[in-house]
Design a protein. Structure first.
Length: 306
């Protein structure tokens, strides 16, 4: 089978492509990014699929960043991600793609929940801090349901925890908390600074998924039968931002102190993902513990940016 990885030069896409090539079970095709094929433009995507004729699409493309990014680009967040979703379903159906596989950010869940279960996905709005991105990701799930009902088109929408690991975004504006803290702490150590600022109160709890586990989950979805599949991948275990920062501080070997900037937003207080259904469907669950994953990520960051 020919598997097309969309966004293969992005954070998640790099790992999906590498793992597929390592497994050597499929012919791997790629859309490296927007400069290669702009999937917000239907004609561009349609032309590429006409020429390449893939069987499976794994879509790792998104316009995404940290909380500050969502506040800076609310319209672009909603429009670009929604355009991608609509074009992917429309073109995939036209070209008789066997399956479309999409990772879905857990921020699409209602903002008032602390543990995310599939049956509560539409039971309230996403948190205001991620509202537009969350709404665009909900669209993928509803398109998956409606396209299967009307066109018998199969897709898999997999809700994942916040991902981290090698090749992540580490610039402050685009990164999630884990990547941003690695950069700040390493810069502080390198420049002999004894203070690092953390956004908000440090109390929000997040669950983190190592990116290679996320990539493996998406690839395992290839083997699912036809249908509209929607489920979580996670371990239902979170950690506060300040405790996360302390682990990173230890792994980098920095001896300074954290300063909390409570003028900055916390976002949702607690996010944990119930992965029971996903584990049942895939016969698999994430295997990388947080301490090992952070160590690998820190080592990669120092080797590439140090």
């Amino acid at each position: 089978m020919k598997v097309l990885v969309i966004g293969s030069h992005g954070f998640l896409g790099k790992h999906v492509k590498t793992l597929l090539e390592k497994q050597n079970n499929h012919v791997v095709l790629e859309i490296t990014g927007k400069n290669h094929v702009d999937i917000t433009q239907y004609d561009s995507l349609n032309e590429f699929l006409s020429e390449s004729r893939p069987d499976i699409l794994i879509n790792c493309a998104a316009f995404v960043g940290g909380i500050s990014y969502g506040y800076k680009y609310p319209a672009k967040m909603l429009y670009e991600n929604s355009s991608m979703a609509i074009n992917l379903y429309k073109a995939s159906t036209k070209h008789k793609i066997k399956k479309l596989i999409n990772p879905i950010s857990n921020c699409a869940y209602p903002g008032n929940l602390s543990t995310y279960k599939e049956e509560y996905f539409f039971d309230g709005p996403p948190d205001e801090s991620v509202y537009n991105y969350g709404i665009s990701k909900r669209l993928y799930v509803q398109l998956g349901k409606s396209f299967y009902e009307e066109n018998n088109f199969s897709s898999v929408n997999v809700v994942v925890s916040n991902m981290y690991g090698p090749h992540d975004h580490f610039d402050i504006e685009r990164s999630h908390a884990l990547g941003a803290i690695i950069k700040k702490v390493y810069d502080a150590k390198k420049n002999n600074l004894n203070k690092v600022q953390i956004w908000g109160t440090g109390k929000p709890i997040r669950e983190w998924l190592y990116v290679e586990d996320g990539a493996e989950a998406l690839i395992k979805c290839i083997n699912l039968g036809s249908g509209h599949h929607f489920f979580n991948v996670g371990v239902k275990k979170g950690i506060s931002i300040i405790e996360l920062a302390k682990i990173i501080k230890e792994k980098i070997g920095w001896n300074g102190d954290f300063e909390l900037d409570i003028s900055k937003p916390d976002g949702v207080y607690e996010k944990k993902v119930d992965g029971y259904l996903g584990e049942t469907k895939l016969g698999w669950k994430p295997k990388t513990n947080l301490y090992d994953g952070i160590q690998t990520t820190v080592d990669w960051y120092i080797n590439n940016y140090g």
